[in-house]
Design a protein around this ligand. Structure first.
Ligand code: PMP
Length: 416
């Protein structure tokens, strides 16, 4: 069977067949795509998320040394001696797991230190931590927004935000478009909603652009809505001391709910919400992902805490990251690539043609450069792209090599 016209959306809630049959059909499709195209999950990093290392192609069984532009470990803190040391010490002292949910004894002094640190850097009264960024958004938004409430969500907000809002009425506004945001709020102003929350990412995960937070705050105030910011890709990257979007805009302590993850620049695992002490106490008891899930591992908590200290204590890594961002951006723009509205360490090469994206991605992999192809339905076809994540430890030579190959193949494919 030719599956070339099929995509992932074709296997969701298929009419007149049960889920096991659908899984069976999807499996056949997946095997076909593995043979003819690049698919997700084919590569396995054998040295962790380091900027260069051994990568196994599971489809072919081949292992190669590659330059890695696919990890969000922006400051390379997953492999920093201090974060590793902190994780090892926590492992020795507290063991491998926590044994229970936070309110049932799973919250150790270590977790409390992390909570205090998050509240301190976010300038809020308190904070709460979860086992992942995904659980953070699902867990907190599901507790904050119920039937009778309104979620006003940026079109490109992360999937976990969208999934967290499903109990409320959801209205989407055009990505970072303030007219669209205001229109949605105006149209729904007579709706008599109990709670209205505008949900955004601080830095968007596919485009690397920064949300216009001051404008969003003004509109929120006008329409009596709260603001929920997911700072996953902002911490460690923006703000004078790397504290994220609020610091970047000098809005510390002014946002109702600031969420984030410990899994990107912080280089560990878990997530958090920082807010007023009342909101945090409420979430402790009403967020099901917090109440009914075992607390994060001691090693992850300790590594997160150590990483935050490194981030705010010294700006060398962040400055090096920015030198890399500026260098690559300049070269890509000079060569005529479309990098969309990227402003940070996530740089998309927008190609707008799934086949060309696959060809470019396959070519880069052949040249020992690991990147991600992002195609429909993850993004509209006209915005399909190669997604690059930069880290502070990439060298200028590696960036130049990347550009050299992008230019060579880009010309051949008529992308530039
Ligand atoms: N929010 C955003 C904006 C993200 O990009 C991600 C990760 N892709 C998450 C939340 C989820 O975080 P985690 O990977 O820690 O579950």
């Amino acid at each position: 069977m030719d599956y070339s016209k099929k995509n992932f959306l074709d296997y969701v809630a298929v009419k007149d067949q049960d889920i096991v049959q659908t899984a069976h059909d999807f499996y056949d499709f997946l095997i076909w795509t593995r043979k003819y195209q690049y698919t997700l999950g084919e590569r396995m990093l054998l040295n962790g998320s380091t900027p260069r290392g051994l990568i196994l192609n599971q489809a072919t069984g081949e292992t190669k040394n590659m330059i890695n532009f696919g990890s969000n470990d922006y400051l390379n803190l997953t492999s920093h001696p201090k974060t590793k040391q902190a994780a090892m010490e926590a492992l020795q002292k507290y063991g491998t797991g926590t044994g229970s949910a936070p309110v049932l004894g799973g919250n150790f002094d270590l977790h409390q230190n992390l909570i205090n640190k998050v509240a301190e850097i976010k300038h809020t009264e308190d904070a709460i931590i979860f086992t992942s960024g995904y659980a953070t958004n699902i867990g907190s938004l599901k507790a904050l927004l119920k039937e009778g409430d309104l979620a006003i969500v940026d079109q490109y907000a992360h999937a976990s935000i969208q999934d967290g809002c499903t109990s409320a009425m959801v209205r989407i506004f055009k990505h970072s478009d303030m007219n669209s945001l205001e229109n949605v709020l105006r149209l729904n102003s007579t709706g008599n909603f109990r709670t209205k929350i505008i949900c955004i990412d601080g830095v968007y995960s596919m485009d690397g652009d920064i949300a216009p937070l001051p404008e969003i705050m003004q509109i929120a105030k006008k329409y009596n809505a709260f603001v929920y910011v997911d700072d996953a890709h902002a911490v460690g990257v923006i703000g004078a001391t790397g504290k994220g979007t609020c610091e970047h805009f000098h809005l510390e302590g002014k946002i109702d709910f600031i969420a984030g993850t410990f899994s990107k620049a912080i280089g560990s695992q878990g997530g958090y919400v920082a807010a007023s002490k009342e909101v945090i106490e409420y979430l402790r008891y009403y967020s099901r992902a917090h109440m009914f899930s075992t607390a994060m591992t001691p090693a992850a908590a300790a590594a997160s805490l150590a990483a935050i200290e490194i981030i705010i204590g010294n700006q060398d890594r962040k400055n090096k990251l920015w030198r890399n961002i500026n260098h690559l951006r300049e070269k890509l723009l000079l060569n005529g690539f479309n990098i969309g509205s990227s402003e940070t360490a996530i740089i998309p090469i927008i190609i707008g043609n799934d086949e060309k994206v696959m060809k470019m991605n396959n070519y880069l992999q052949e040249q020992n450069i690991y990147t991600h192809a992002v195609v429909f339905p993850a993004v509209p076809i006209e915005l399909s792209r190669i997604r690059l994540s930069l880290t502070q430890d990439h060298t200028e030579e590696e960036l130049d090599l990347l550009v050299e190959h992008l230019v060579k193949k880009g010309k051949e494919l008529n992308i530039i």
